[in-house]
Ligand binder design. Structure first.
Ligand SMILES: NC(=O)c1ccc[n+]([C@@H]2O[C@H](COP(=O)([O-])OP(=O)(O)OC[C@H]3O[C@@H](n4cnc5c(N)ncnc54)[C@H](OP(=O)(O)O)[C@@H]3O)[C@@H](O)[C@H]2O)c1
Length: 312
């Protein structure tokens, strides 16, 4: 038996993931239950840390490395994760994740969140949109799918209209829209007020907090679940903390790494339902899932975390 903390320390020293069944790492965390949040308006609980699949993950999938994708997905599920965020536009990510999860028999343990976007030049052809949706059902081998969102607010009238129809027909359980562009936040607000959304997907990180002002309170008011994207700002926060040790007081919140520091910051906002960091490394997936356990910072500690990052 090895503790999660030792595993991360040893893996990090070796520069590779240790060949240890990640399920064994649960033992030292048994005193900490997995933190879950309800999808607003339902009794359905989701673990607060999920898995994203653009950039690093899609690179691994693009290399056709089914074994590596399998290790990541199995580790994620063994660590208690369920929410997997993908999109038809993330290279091979959606296709390979679906195939690998079905082969490993874990597809029904995942909450599949994919996207819709066929809008080129601003408008979406409904026939092409239906074809893309059918392709996602086919690739992921599931119907209904758990969540489909309009990617980057592209042609919302046509594409969200179609998703509403699919939800009415019970081919998808939840629908939503996503953006990670500040220039679209005004449109996002208008759509959140006007449309019957179950979810939004939006960027949020300790150094990127504009959405706390209007979008998060609106999500709470309207009962919309929030998926957080880019909790590390992709590479931005890694550059910021490079060469800096975690502050000692982080341990009081069961934070053992910078990843857990950033993820616990995002998770501890009351509007946030699930944070979906992406990784192609087993040890990072284990590390990230560690943020779904233990104590969470309160408002005062969140302020302290911000001040600490701003001081680096
Ligand atoms: N509009 C949209 O719908 C939209 C837009 C952007 C993102 N998203 C979703 O949000 C997900 C997350 O965003 P993102 O992938 O852009 O960025 P991110 O999760 O903020 O950052 C990913 C980067 O962090 C590294 N990393 C992950 N865990 C780590 C750990 N424990 N320790 C050290 N480094 C770690 C990864 O490298 P390694 O691979 O080496 O671990 C990768 O370079 C996406 O994958 C996607 O599913 C959606």
């Amino acid at each position: 038996m090895i503790t999660r903390r030792d595993y991360l320390r040893l893996s990090s020293a070796a520069g590779v993931a240790l060949a240890i069944d990640p399920a064994l790492l649960m033992a030292d965390d048994s005193r900490h239950a997995l933190i879950t949040r309800a999808i607003p308006g339902t009794s359905e609980q989701l673990p607060v840390v999920g898995l994203g699949s653009s950039a690093s993950f899609s690179r691994m999938a693009g290399e056709g490395d089914a074994a590596a994708v399998g290790k990541i997905l199995k580790t994620f599920v063994q660590q208690g994760g369920t929410v997997f965020d993908t999109a038809p536009s993330y290279g091979e990510a959606e296709r390979l994740a679906g195939k690998v999860a079905q082969k490993a028999g874990i597809d029904n343990q995942l909450f599949w969140a994919t996207k819709l976007n066929v809008a080129s030049g601003g408008s979406a052809d409904p026939i092409a949109a239906r074809a893309q949706l059918e392709q996602s059902f086919d690739r992921l081998g599931r119907s209904p799918l758990d969540l489909i969102q309009v990617h980057n607010l592209s042609d919302v009238p046509i594409q969200l209209g179609l998703l509403k129809e699919y939800r009415d027909d019970r081919r998808v359980r939840y629908i939503g829209v996503t953006t990670t562009f500040a220039g679209q936040y005004g449109d996002l607000e208008r759509i959140m007020r006007a449309e019957p959304l179950d979810f939004i997907g939006i960027d949020y990180a300790i150094d990127n907090r504009t959405m706390e002002k209007r979008i998060f309170p609106l999500a709470q008011e309207r009962g919309i679940a929030v998926l957080v994207y880019q909790p590390f700002g992709r590479t931005r926060l890694w550059q910021r903390v490079e060469g800096h040790a975690l502050p000692d007081w982080a341990a009081e919140y069961d934070i053992a790494s910078w990843a857990q520091f950033f993820l616990k910051f995002a998770i501890s906002h009351p509007a946030v339902t699930v944070v979906t960091p992406a990784s192609r490394r087993v040890r990072h997936v284990v590390d990230n899932m560690g943020a779904a356990r233990g104590r969470l910072p309160d408002e005062a500690v969140r302020d302290r975390m911000i001040r600490h990052i701003e001081s680096l």
